[in-house]
Design a protein around this ligand. Structure first.
Ligand SMILES: [Zn+2]
Length: 176
């Protein structure tokens, strides 16, 4: 469907080129804009959204899909602002904004893996990830799921091997 939309866009642009050649630069430009984005073209561009020059999606045999840094980030630096769809239920790709309200981003944020000693902090109001440690190229970008989720969509046995690993990760509201 996505490819069909792209082809349709291209045909539209070519027709526009024939009819209004003076506008050709304007019409062709949107075709190039997806370069480097993780989000599809129908998502508006936002400042600080994650881009492929800074991050990559990697596949790890034990952990599955994850996000890896492609450059150095200093502790305290803004990593990216993510986007998604607001939902009143959880999926594998949501984080909790507040009680009963979730944001789903299957393209990027939803692929970030959990660590009990992560290298980011998350601001769910601003939808921003900050580096809480220096991050080097090749490092996994990680977060603490229990910093945002009252109850996880799927609880799991953590094997992150950090000194403070909590083992059963089920949500911040589940440990009392
Ligand atoms: Zn752990």
């Amino acid at each position: 469907m996505y490819l069909a939309a792209k082809i349709f866009q291209r045909i539209k642009s070519l027709l526009a080129l024939i009819n209004f050649s003076h506008l050709s630069a304007l019409n062709v430009k949107p075709l190039l804009e997806n370069k480097g984005r993780f989000y599809p073209n129908y998502f508006d561009h936002h400042p600080n959204e994650p881009t492929k020059d800074k991050f990559a999606i990697s596949y790890h045999q034990k952990y599955g899909e994850g996000v890896v840094a492609k450059m150095f980030f200093r502790k305290g630096e803004l990593l990216f602002r993510f986007h998604g769809t607001l939902l009143d239920y959880q999926t594998l790709y949501t984080l909790q904004k507040k009680q009963g309200l979730y944001i789903e981003d299957p393209y990027f944020m939803g692929k970030i893996l959990h660590r009990c000693d992560p290298n980011t902090t998350v601001d769910m109001e601003e939808q921003v990830f900050w580096a809480s440690k220096d991050i080097r190229p090749g490092d996994l970008i990680t977060m603490d799921y229990e910093s945002t989720e009252d109850k996880l969509f799927r609880s799991f046995q953590c094997e992150c091997e950090s000194h403070n690993c909590r083992k059963l990760i089920s949500g911040k509201g589940t440990h009392s």
